[in-house]
Design a protein around this ligand. Structure first.
Ligand SMILES: C[S@@+](CC[C@H](N)C(=O)[O-])C[C@H]1O[C@@H](n2cnc3c(N)ncnc32)[C@H](O)[C@@H]1O
Length: 202
């Protein structure tokens, strides 16, 4: 597992930018998406969780890095919002039985495929009926058009493998291709990504 504590502690600027991820912003701008609560898996230093909380959502965020979580809490405080932040490994963390959220976000959770796929199953099971699952991450790049992302294929969001984890969900859109990212020192340039929006049918 990558040493995320070291990466966040050594960062001179926010690794993935000050603002929210563009796809999170896009999804939240849809007229049919109006969650009151959100669960974020791998929220890092909080750029998405803080932003969602500032829009009035009750946000719970889980990340394996204690350093990132401490930074995220500081950003929450500076923004005047409160986020329930939990330092935990997505390989093991499970919410309290019966607890649900209206939306779950898995934005650049960078970990091994088996952990990522467990996180998809866990997060979608924790959705209320009609709840939204939103994901973005670096994807396999067959044409080699991307400049960003981890070299290890196990860390990439494979569309078919992720879709296979979605039980009781309707895929609203799934887009795999190269986009220009402008999100901090680590996410600036062309990146081949998967963007996925799915809705719980039950
Ligand atoms: C590329 S960063 C993205 C952070 C944030 N989602 C964002 O977009 O700014 C990947 C994040 O995944 C977290 N992470 C990696 N493996 C994890 C795991 N097994 N459980 C929970 N979080 C994990 C890291 O600590 C890091 O914050």
């Amino acid at each position: 597992m990558a040493n995320w504590d070291k990466r966040y502690a050594g960062a001179e600027a926010r690794l993935f930018g000050d603002g929210p991820n563009e796809y999170v912003r896009e999804v939240m701008a849809r007229s049919d998406v109006a969650p009151a609560s959100a669960l974020l898996i791998g929220d890092g230093d909080g750029r998405n969780g803080t932003w969602l909380a500032a829009r009035g959502l009750d946000v719970t965020a889980v990340d394996i890095s204690r350093v990132a979580t401490a930074q995220a809490l500081a950003h929450d405080a500076a923004a005047g919002v409160t986020v329930e932040r939990i330092t935990a490994d997505a390989a093991e963390w499970t919410p309290t039985p019966g607890r649900t959220w209206d939306a779950a976000f898995m934005i650049y959770l960078q970990c091994e495929a088996d952990v990522r796929h467990r996180a998809v199953r866990m997060a979608t099971q924790a959705l209320a009926p009609g709840g939204w699952f939103v994901a973005e991450g670096f994807a396999p790049d067959p044409d080699g058009t991307g400049e960003l992302g981890p070299g290890d294929a196990d860390l990439l969001y494979d569309r078919d493998a992720i879709l296979a984890q979605l039980a009781g969900m309707r895929t609203v859109e799934s887009l795999a291709g190269t986009v220009f990212l402008n999100e901090g020192v680590k996410h600036t340039g062309n990146g081949c990504v998967l963007r996925l929006l799915a809705r719980k049918t039950g």
